[in-house]
Design a binder for this molecule. Structure first.
Ligand SMILES: *[C@@H]1O[C@H](CO)[C@@H](O)[C@H](O)[C@H]1NC(C)=O
Ligand SMILES: *[C@@H]1O[C@H](CO)[C@@H](O)[C@H](O)[C@H]1NC(C)=O
Ligand SMILES: *[C@@H]1O[C@H](CO)[C@@H](O)[C@H](O)[C@H]1NC(C)=O
Ligand SMILES: *[C@@H]1O[C@H](CO)[C@@H](O)[C@H](O)[C@H]1NC(C)=O
Ligand SMILES: *[C@@H]1O[C@H](CO)[C@@H](O)[C@H](O)[C@H]1NC(C)=O
Ligand SMILES: *[C@@H]1O[C@H](CO)[C@@H](O)[C@H](O)[C@H]1NC(C)=O
Length: 536
């Protein structure tokens, strides 16, 4: 029986009816139609950016989405098929584009998609991480654009956001993105087989803690699969010399699927891909789910299998070498029916010298709460102030100790309720905090000025859901939105009990609508592209 027959909601969609869903059970992927184990024979598939972006509702996008251009995907399909490819990883998806032609062609060819939710312009920055309404809206829109296709396996909520001990704090924000994307998928009624995972930089000093962190705590917060960008096997190496044995020792009892989300060291050239028979062979195929070779298109970093010239594909030496190995990489694995998962989720790593993310996560972005907050303020930043000046203003006003409502601390796991708002909203909140404090002390006349950057404004007194949200969060912005407050029935309390995502679905759809209007707003942190980033 084809899986789509079980899903009347998708029955009217021609998309991908030839590709049975891939489902996760324990630490393995399976075809849903017959229970055959699914090993990823993947290719990283992201065209080089030619400098001509396209404009979407999210603003200008500076990348080429290969699943949105049939000239590109039709041209490449035979070359992918000849490599026995069954997965492409796409790093930048244009959320507004129509993906139906390419997704259907790929489905017919048995090719599935793993897509990154971030893009060149929207991602969680390693050194100044945030999880905001802006990112949340963007990530959700990528989910919307691919969720209907049965050949979408799932999404990466992050790529190499933590690549050293001092960037492990970023994992708290990525894990919040995992939690909120999973909740969004469920709130929208998308199929439950859509997975949300993380693609890690393979850094031995943080490897174990990182893997445990994304696999610990509430099941609603945990990743569905773990991708690892592994560049350890260079030239003619071996299972033990490459360190694959250490990866096996640690991950063989991991409770969700593990695969290489990138592989293919190029420090010894030409590449021979002698790691491929080992990845898919007896030493590893009983616990790991294959991998994604880096990468299809030749680029400056010199990992390509093909070059494109005048719209035509030419294969490179590496294409032939890779082909020779991958076409024989066909483990049988186990059938779903005879597999009983035994591995269990990990314990959360302890915060200490080599791990800086507590298990308490940043709040779920909630555009409605941010708007309620702004409407209640009586001192805000002037609209004429350029966003480039915000950093100075934050420095000044936070020096007065009024920023608990926007602060984030990954080691203590304490996050201000408004730390997920846009930079302008956050700035408004703290300027107003200072103003209110000074007014109470009798200094009101001059306290909303900041060298001419701030101005008083008429505030609206909150009613209904706004009132209960603001009351839950408290005047300092240090409380937590509860389900009751989100539904407008909460009592007035600013408890700091653990957050509940039960109120999410209703707010989530609202956030999506409001969020896009805010995408042009200054992004406080410099956003680094995670695309194809290699840690060498
Ligand atoms: C199960 O279905 C998949 C997808 O149609 C197919 O590729 C695979 O060969 C099937 N397994 C067996 C054992 O026939
Ligand atoms: C699709 O890609 C081709 C080849 O790069 C390009 O010439 C064409 O303009 C693209 N089409 C669209 C609609 O972007
Ligand atoms: C982490 O440490 C490196 C090396 O010491 C340094 O260059 C980098 O700026 C630090 N990053 C952060 C976020 O502190
Ligand atoms: C996905 O399917 C739903 C329900 O049929 C439909 O409303 C929505 O527009 C579809 N989305 C895309 C991107 O095709
Ligand atoms: C797997 O088991 C080993 C030995 O019991 C343990 O050290 C390791 O942390 C476990 N790994 C995971 C991912 O649970
Ligand atoms: C974060 O919290 C920890 C533990 O409470 C504290 O030691 C540290 O100073 C805080 N960091 C910042 C930047 O406030």
């Amino acid at each position: 029986m084809k899986s789509f027959a079980l899903l009347p909601v998708l029955a009217g969609i021609a998309a991908a009816t030839t590709a049975p869903e891939i489902v996760i059970k324990g630490s393995k992927f399976f075809y849903s139609n017959n229970g055959t184990q699914f090993y990823i024979r993947g290719v990283a598939y992201q065209p080089n950016y030619d400098g001509v972006g396209t404009t979407t509702s999210a603003g200008e996008v500076d990348f080429v989405d290969p699943l949105a251009n049939e000239t590109i995907c039709k041209r490449d399909l035979p070359y992918l098929t000849a490599l026995n490819t069954n997965v492409v990883r796409v790093y930048d998806v244009d959320p507004d584009a129509d993906h139906s032609t390419c997704m259907n062609l790929f489905a017919e060819a048995g090719i599935y998609v793993l897509a990154d939710l971030s893009s060149a312009d929207y991602s969680i920055d390693s050194s100044d991480p945030e999880w905001t309404t802006t990112l949340y809206s963007y990530y959700n829109s990528v989910v919307d654009s691919l969720a209907n296709y049965t050949n979408t396996i799932g999404f990466f909520a992050g790529n190499e956001n933590s690549n050293s001990v001092n960037t492990t704090g970023a994992s708290a924000f990525v894990k919040a993105a995992v939690r909120d994307t999973k909740a969004y998928i469920s709130s929208q009624g998308y199929r439950s087989s859509l997975g949300v995972g993380y693609s890690a930089a393979d850094v031995s000093e943080i490897r174990d803690s990182l893997a445990e962190y994304f696999n610990c705590g509430d099941s609603a917060d945990r990743i569905d699969f773990f991708g690892d960008n592994v560049y350890e096997w260079c030239g003619d190496s071996s299972y033990t010399e490459s360190g694959y044995d250490e990866i096996t020792a640690f991950f063989k009892n991991y409770s969700v699927p593990y695969f290489f989300s990138e592989y293919g060291c190029n420090t010894v050239q030409p590449r021979t891909f002698t790691n491929v028979p080992v990845m898919y062979g007896d030493e590893m195929n009983d616990w790991m789910s294959g991998g994604i070779v880096y990468e299809y298109f030749q680029d400056d970093n010199d990992y390509g299998l093909v070059t494109i010239s005048d719209g035509a594909v030419s294969t490179l030496t590496d294409y032939a070498s890779f082909s020779k190995e991958i076409v024989t990489a066909t483990p049988t694995g186990t059938n779903s029916a005879s597999y009983t998962p035994t591995n269990s989720a990990a314990s959360c790593p302890t915060v200490g010298a080599d791990w800086e993310a507590a298990s308490a996560l940043p709040p779920t972005p909630d555009a409605a709460l941010c708007e309620c907050m702004v409407a209640s303020l009586s001192c805000v930043v002037k609209s004429s102030v350029k966003s480039a000046k915000y950093a100075d203003l934050f420095d000044t006003v936070c020096g007065y100790g009024v920023c608990a409502g926007i602060d984030t601390n990954t080691t203590s796991g304490v996050y201000g309720a408004y730390s997920m708002c846009t930079s302008e909203q956050q700035l408004n909140f703290v300027l107003n905090e200072y103003y209110v404090e000074q007014k109470a002390a009798g200094n009101g006349a001059s306290a909303c000025d900041f060298s001419g950057s701030a101005t008083t404004t008429a505030s609206t007194s909150a009613t209904g859901t706004c009132a209960s949200l603001l009351s839950a969060v408290g005047t300092a912005g240090t409380g937590t939105v509860t389900a009751a407050a989100a539904s407008g029935t909460g009592s007035s309390s600013s408890s700091s009990s653990t957050s509940s995502s039960a109120g999410l679905p209703r707010l989530a759809s609202q956030s999506v609508n409001l969020g896009f209007g805010q995408l042009a707003v200054f992004i406080f942190t410099a956003v680094l592209s995670g695309t194809g980033m290699i840690l060498l």
